[in-house]
Design a protein. Structure first.
Length: 557
């Protein structure tokens, strides 16, 4: 982790992890200020986790959460108060360091410091605070304030699987396109691999790469977060108050894991037997707990839909149970699966094979049970149970380990925008993936509202469709392609075997291979090899580079 020095007494940085606290202490920093709200991204530890680790190293830590792009004078004044009371050098962090730098700069500007000097200081360590401070410039006109800082022929919001794949598919067809990709993240994750990290098959490092290594060579990376959209003016606002203009827009920011949606969950993640494969730094803890558990109760939860990779909660259960079976302790462990929904899997053709493993592992299925509260100190979880007559009751149960899949929703800046439907997701035509109201906007991946499974395989199929349809709208292609709802969920029922669910809209089976090659409705070694050895390089070297293996779109009109 790189700490950038703003002043003799203040450093700023991007997201810290608990493991970074030891280095912070070693560099003599005595105070940490977190300027990031909890649950902004899937690789983000909660403030409570950071607080506990800071206490172990004798470091004072404060939480001053600020929503990206919404830094206020009151926030800046609160930041100044914290810095005034800090003992020794302080380190402020957020997602990229931008908000922390803005808070410092605004607090100084409010105190009468020269904004040109503040801008120079911030720029010396890689941050531009001038858009935030322009109101202090006496000669700054409204016309200048509204002038876009950047203009792109095609703008993509999101540098995850969907965004990078869409950019690469576009550039593979027309390398001369002017494309901007907006994403603040330093790292890109192969999230389908986290299930295997939690099962002791992959190391977490195998699922991570630097974002800079994946941005297509002909695209421009805008390393910032989006805070708002103005689709009527074909522009959006960044967290540092810069405006970006576009002619066409692709929205692919992924979704938000709502850890705060379960009372007490954020406070106990990563210890007290509470884990989740839905976060990069917690998946290894899943494997640690599985190895350590020799007897007791293991709970696995699934929240209401939609969620990314609907099979992931039960994959964690199957791989854990398989390890306990192989080590001879399965009979000593009470395995419970609590599902807010009413079925094991949404496509009934795959349920018989899954039920064979539920019975093999003697796991108990609890449907219509939604996790609402957790207390790690007493190892107790509470579930809201919806009875057949619709009546609700809250039940509690103790656990020795619990794997939690958090509630999920569209990112905040999507939900509060005019791009969203009533549920907060980007509102698109499910076939063309074009926005229903704004004709120069498309969306793909987890943030949009088409009724498909939210998986990397779905994004891999959607990217060429969006690329084709954007180019057709630009007059650079012929015909409109339709997305058929394809998604794939490799259900790891044991180490070495997978039930490969492949389906589209309405649960229609869409197998890639004939049954004599791979019968997806049965657990096979072939599907395991595909998941473990073939799909990761397909992701890194094909999908993210515009090589459309088995995904070339079919033009229907």
């Amino acid at each position: 982790m790189q700490f950038k020095q703003l002043t003799p007494e203040l450093y700023v940085s991007g997201q810290l992890l608990p493991a970074d606290i030891a280095e912070v202490a070693a560099q003599g920093i005595k105070t940490i200020i977190c300027n990031r709200p909890d649950a902004e991204s899937s690789d983000q530890p909660s403030f409570v986790e950071m607080e506990e680790e800071a206490a172990r190293h004798g470091i004072d830590i404060y939480h001053l959460p600020v929503i990206s792009g919404q830094v206020t004078d009151n926030d800046a004044q609160a930041m100044e108060t914290l810095l005034d009371q800090a003992v020794g050098p302080a380190l402020a962090y957020c997602r990229t360091g931008t908000r922390s730098t803005q808070l410092w700069a605004l607090s100084q500007a409010l105190g009468g410091e020269d904004i040109n000097q503040l801008r120079t200081t911030a720029r010396s360590i890689g941050y531009d605070v001038y858009p935030l401070l322009q109101r202090f410039e006496a000669n700054f006109s409204k016309a200048q304030a509204s002038k876009p800082a950047m203009t792109y022929e095609l703008l993509i919001v999101g540098g995850g699987a969907a965004g990078i794949a869409a950019a690469s598919s576009l550039l593979s067809r027309h390398p001369d396109l002017q494309i901007g990709i907006i994403d603040p993240a330093e790292h890109h994750y192969y999230q389908p691999g986290w299930t295997l990290v939690g099962g002791g098959v992959f190391t977490p490092e195998k699922t991570e790469r630097q974002m800079s290594s994946l941005i297509p060579r002909h695209a421009h990376w805008i390393k910032a977060a989006v805070t708002s959209f103005e689709p009527e003016q074909n522009r959006l606002m960044l967290e540092d108050n810069r405006i970006v203009q576009y002619r066409r827009l692709i929205v692919a920011p992924g979704l938000k894991l709502n850890w705060e949606g379960v009372e007490g969950l954020a406070e106990t993640l990563g210890h007290n037997g509470v884990t989740s494969n839905y976060r990069y730094d917690l998946a290894p803890y899943t494997w640690q707990l599985v190895q350590q558990l020799k007897t007791g109760k293991a709970i696995f939860t699934q929240p209401p839909m939609p969620i990314k990779c609907a099979g992931a909660p039960q994959k964690a259960m199957y791989l854990s149970a398989d390890h306990w079976r192989r080590t001879g302790v399965l009979n000593n462990i009470d395995i419970q699966f609590y599902n807010a929904g009413g079925v094991l899997f949404g496509v009934k053709d795959y349920v018989p094979a899954l039920m064979e493993y539920v019975e093999r592992y003697n796991a108990k299925l609890n449907f219509s049970h939604n996790l609402v509260k957790i207390d790690g100190s007493t190892r107790t979880a509470w579930f809201e149970h919806t009875k057949a007559d619709g009546e609700k009751e809250v039940l509690s149960t103790e656990f020795d380990m619990i794997h939690v899949c958090p509630p999920q929703q569209a990112p905040d800046f999507i939900r509060r925008s005019s791009l969203a439907d009533d549920a907060g997701w980007v509102d698109v035509d499910q076939n063309t993936l074009r926005h229903k109201r704004y004709e120069n906007i498309w969306s793909l991946g987890d943030a949009m509202n088409a009724p498909n499974a939210k998986t990397a395989a779905a994004a891999r199929m959607q990217a060429p469709v969006v690329a084709n349809n954007v180019l057709q709208d630009m007059g650079l292609g012929t015909g409109v392609a339709h997305y058929n709802g394809y998604g794939s969920c490799p259900l790891t029922v044991e180490k070495g075997k997978i039930v490969l669910a492949e389906f589209g809209y309405g649960g229609k089976l869409l197998p890639t291979f004939p049954t004599w090659v791979l019968d997806g409705k049965r657990p096979t070694r072939t599907a395991w090899i595909l998941k473990e050895r073939i799909l990761p390089p397909v992701y890194w070297e094909a999908m993210l580079k515009g090589k459309e293996w088995l995904t070339k779109p079919t033009v229907v009109e």
